[in-house]
Design a protein around this ligand. Structure first.
Ligand code: F6R
Length: 260
């Protein structure tokens, strides 16, 4: 695991964007796994800017969403597919074509079958090359909440109370308006991506980041499973790194790979 600690979310987003650009420079048609929430917004802005400069495009790529709310209406502003369309799709964003943005359909009654099909779709496309991740303050990645299987596949699952409260800000600050269930790539699915790029900003992520890098692998902190992945980049701001014991060592390792 490489852990980069930047002073601010803006600097961290720029560092994360450099990693994405380097992957796409090497393999221009890479398949990108995309997350939602507040954390990747700066990274997506960097990717749009790089696209505008002609340095990056998703025009020939496919993207797979990490998760989706179950039962949210097709035109809801916070439906993750709609969020990702606004952030990434189109020539004024990153060039991604709408038909190449894949997301689990949370609108059908048989969502378990949809979940199983989603795993097959990822596999049939050749697998995800680079998976972008955020992290919940409870250590979830995707919506793999504490206590779930560490080898799960894409599945339907309830959101934890903590996640519902955290996401209420997207739903007028009313927890009751947050969908209670979602379809998420499983931890086993996420672990099959060739490269993981996880971003974490803010003091409320500090415990989760400390567990992620230094805690024992445990279903209590689902992101800890990424310690078993061969190529993980974690990019944080100073606040999210504030509970790490060995930050100096991580900085040295990062500088050796990417320069200071
Ligand atoms: C969202 C997702 C979640 C978020 C996490 C952090 O698609 O999979 O794991 O990445 O809840 O959310 P923010 O970035 O809003 O703090």
């Amino acid at each position: 695991m490489y852990l980069g600690i930047l002073d601010t979310p803006e600097l961290a987003s720029a560092a994360a964007a450099r990693i994405v650009l380097a992957v796409f420079k090497k393999e221009p048609n890479s398949i990108l796994g995309v997350t939602t929430g507040s954390t990747p917004e700066g990274l997506y802005a960097e990717l749009r800017a790089a696209h505008a400069r002609g340095e990056f495009t998703l025009a020939n790529s496919q993207a797979f969403a990490l998760d989706e709310y179950v039962g949210i209406s097709a035109d809801h502003y916070e439906r993750y597919r709609n969020v990702l369309r606004r952030e990434l799709v189109g020539s004024r964003n990153t060039g991604l074509k709408n038909e190449n943005l894949h997301s689990p359909n949370g609108l059908v009654s048989n969502s378990a079958a949809v979940a199983a099909q989603y795993d097959r779709d990822i596999r049939d496309a050749g697998g995800i090359d680079l998976q972008i991740l955020g992290i919940g303050s409870n250590g979830h990645i995707g919506f793999n909440e504490p206590g779930g299987s560490l080898v799960s596949r894409t599945h339907v699952t309830p959101l934890s109370r903590q996640t519902i409260l955290a996401n209420a800000r997207f739903f007028g600050h009313y927890p009751r308006n947050v969908p209670k269930t979602c379809i998420t790539q499983g931890l086993g699915t996420i672990m099959e991506a060739r490269i993981l790029l996880l971003l974490a900003f803010g003091e409320n992520k500090a415990e989760a980041v400390a567990q992620l890098a230094e805690g024992p692998i445990s279903a209590r902190w689902p992101a800890t499973i990424t310690q078993m992945h061969p190529e993980v980049y974690v990019v944080t701001d100073a606040a999210a790194a504030s509970k790490l014991e060995l930050s100096e060592l991580y900085q040295e390792r990062w500088a050796l790979k990417f320069g200071a």
